[in-house]
Write a protein that binds this ligand. Sequence first.
Ligand SMILES: Nc1ncnc2c1ncn2[C@@H]1O[C@H](COP(=O)(O)OP(=O)(O)O)[C@@H](O)[C@H]1O
Ligand SMILES: N[C@@H](CC(=O)OP(=O)(O)O)C(=O)O
Length: 440
Amino acid sequence: MKVLKFGGTSVGSVENITNVKNIINDGNKKIVVLSAMSGTTNSLVDIANDIKVLNNDKALKDINALHEKYVPVIDALLSDKSLNDVTKTYISERFNFLVECTYKPFSKVMENEILAQGELMSTFIFNSFLQQEGINSSLLSALDFMKIDAYKEPSFNYIKENLNTVLNSANNSEIYITQGFICLDNNGEISNLQRGGSDYTATIIGAAIKAEEVQIWTDIDGMHNNDPRFVEGTKPISDLSFDEAAELAYFGAKILHPQTVLPVREDGIPVSLKNTMEPSAKGTSITGNHFETGIKAIAAKDNITAIKIKSGRMLQAHGFLKKVFEIFETYETSIDMITTSEVAVSLTIDDDRNLEQIISELESFASIEIDRNQSIICLVGHAIVDHEGTHKLFKILKDVRIRMISYGGSRNNISLLVDTENKIKTLQKLNSYLFELVTL
Ligand SMILES: Nc1ncnc2c1ncn2[C@@H]1O[C@H](COP(=O)(O)OP(=O)(O)O)[C@@H](O)[C@H]1O
Ligand SMILES: N[C@@H](CC(=O)OP(=O)(O)O)C(=O)O
């Protein structure tokens, strides 16, 4: 069986929802994972923030405005009176729940419940639409099987067992629809797989059922060789290895949630990235195979903090790095990039929640410099550190100040750290040096 995930844009308009119906209606049994309609989760984040700061008037205004966006979509999709009524009643219940939240004390659990409403609504509407179109579908609640543990990792045994139970209970259906993004936490409360997490839902399900393939349907024809939001003339990549896709997703290629390929890599379950608006386009196929060598793609990750740790005693002092790493481990903060010299080590983190405590511990044996608002620019491709064309990237040194370079950590990744204000220029310049046939 295949797992197909459709993102926010794919379920964000009547036209696109109709495209999704046409794509999935091919007579094969499948699991369909849906995100919230585009813009909904952002609105829900705003509503939760308003409730948190007791700005209830603004929250109520936003709840009403969002509700009003759903009504015409339901009317356009559902001409069947009884399905239209049932669906509108369900959607009103979801919005009533949001209104009730404005009268209650805010909590993290409430925030997660608020964020879950988008996927609950999109899947209900889509299932009603399929029923109207005579397609044999069932709506499965992700909260009946999707669970994370105390470390926010998927609880695979629980997921497999419970997913099998719900699939068996709807055995006669051709299409199973379920919510992306949402899950239960280890206390059994509603939680989520972080923003963009529906991709991750799809591959977790794919791994749990040993799917034939996972397809991620979005609004672009696959993974491009650079970020199309900032660089003109980017091109889709037809094939990526799991390793290359994992690096790109982790280092900011927004098309994929950072953890997407991890669940399927071990079993070699292929992942395809496809365009809902152009289903015949080839897209990107992610498998265990490595194809050509050389730099394939560039991505950027923001909100990085660089920490320089300088100590006279680092020179020839074994155990120094151990001491440094133990502090980061104590504060559960992972390190992305690291470079060293005889007297200093520079490293980067993307989670600065415990930065103050980390600095105060480091200062007991070293002097510390902090650079905020940094971006990691990541260049990915099979065996790029050995490739004859890779030297071209160093032309970037004449254009922008590079704070750190990580080369050789793996054969498939070279990372540069730049001020975020130079990110777009760096992406654009690298694009011309590496992917455009120009003599510079
Ligand atoms: N390297 C890249 N290749 C393709 N798309 C990218 C890349 N980097 C960023 N994007 C952006 O990712 C978007 C798709 O991801 P996302 O918005 O999460 O889609 P969805 O809502 O379908 O999950 C594209 O519209 C594109 O702007
Ligand atoms: N709706 C969630 C989960 C998600 O995956 O969305 P999308 O597929 O549109 O990126 C979010 O906006 O974060």
